[in-house]
Design a protein around this ligand. Structure first.
Ligand code: 6PG
Length: 247
C-alpha cells in the first residue's frame, strides 16, 4: 500500500489513504527496515508501542510479513506498559503476545517485557532500567521505537504535566495517566531521543487536531520527541492529517 510522502514544516510525513493502508505501509516498512539492518548488524532492537493503533501493524507482521524477518535476530522491548499483570486485557505485552510474539515464535529470550506485579511500579521501572543497562551497557540506542499519539498529546506513557515527562536522568520512569490504568511504566525522553529511528503511527480523525498542534510545535509531550541522531517519521492516515493545512 503506497503512502504519500510530504513535509509539514521540516517534519517528514507519510500519509496513507485509510487505517488499513496505514497499518500495511508501517508493517512493510518495519519488516524492510529490520531485514536491511540485519544485513549489516547481528541483531535488531525494536521497542513496541501499545494501545489500539499498533494492533493492526503487529497482526500483519505476525502473518503477511512474518517470513520477511529473521525473528531470532530481533529483540523486542516496550516503550511503555500499563502497570497491570501481563495477562490483563489492558496489558501492552498481552496485545503484542497475541498478535506478534506467538505467531512469529520469536525466541523467549529475545522478548523483554516491562515487569509489573508483584514488583511495585517504582521497583519495576528500576528493574527494567537495570535490564536495559545489562543489554545495552550504555544509553540505549534502539534501532526502532514505535510511538503512538494520544488526543492529549501524550506519547508512550509520558503525559502532560507529569514528572516522567520531565525526567532527564532515568531511562525508565513511572508514568501517571488520566485514564485507567493510571499507573504506567515508560521510557523517558532521553531514551526516545537516542533512537536510530522513531516511527509515530497516528490514525483517525480524533487525532487530527492534536497532530496539527504537535507538528506546529505546541509543547506537548510528543513534540519533545526529537531524535538527537536518528530518523523521525510520522506515519498517518488521511483522517488524522485532515487538519494539516499544508497537505
Ligand atoms: C499505551 C500507548 C499510548 C498510545 C496512545 C495512542 O500504552 O496506550 O503506548 O501511548 O500509543 O495512547 O493510543 P491509541 O493507538 O489506542 O489511540
Amino acid at each position: 500500500m503506497a503512502t504519500t510522502e510530504t513535509r509539514y514544516g521540516n517534519t517528514l510525513l507519510r500519509i496513507a489513504d485509510t487505517a488499513e493502508a496505514l497499518y500495511e505501509a508501517v508493517a512493510k516498512a518495519i519488516a524492510e527496515t529490520i531485514a536491511q539492518t540485519l544485513r549489516e548488524q547481528a541483531y535488531f532492537t525494536l521497542a513496541l508501542s501499545g494501545g489500539n493503533t499498533p494492533r493492526g501493524i503487529y497482526t500483519l507482521l505476525g502473518n503477511v510479513y512474518r517470513q520477511w524477518v529473521e525473528w531470532s535476530r530481533v529483540h523486542l522491548f516496550w516503550g511503555d506498559e500499563r502497570y497491570v499483570p501481563h495477562s490483563h486485557p489492558a496489558s501492552n505485552y498481552r496485545m503484542a503476545y497475541e498478535t506478534l510474539i506467538e505467531p512469529t515464535a520469536i525466541p523467549k529470550h529475545n522478548v523483554h517485557p516491562m515487569p509489573t506485579q508483584p514488583l511495585s511500579a517504582e521497583e519495576a521501572a528500576q528493574d527494567y532500567e537495570r535490564h536495559l543497562r545489562q543489554f545495552f551497557g550504555e544509553l540505549p540506542r534502539f534501532d526502532l521505537i514505535l510511538l503512538g499519539l494520544g488526543v492529549d498529546g501524550h506519547t508512550a506513557s509520558l503525559f502532560p504535566y507529569t514528572q516522567a515527562l520531565q525526567e532527564k536522568t532515568q531511562w525508565v520512569a513511572v508514568g501517571e495517566a488520566p485514564a485507567e490504568p493510571t499507573t504506567r511504566l515508560t521510557l523517558t525522553i532521553p531514551v526516545l531521543n537516542a533512537a536510530k529511528r522513531l516511527y509515530f503511527v497516528v490514525g483517525g480523525s480524533d487525532k487530527a487536531e492534536v497532530l496539527k498542534q504537535v507538528l506546529a510545535g505546541i509543547p506537548l509531550p510528543a513534540a519533545m520527541v526529537r531524535p538527537t541522531d536518528g530518523e523521525l517519521v510520522w506515519w498517518v492516515d488521511a483522517a488524522a492529517s485532515k487538519a494539516l493545512d499544508a497537505v
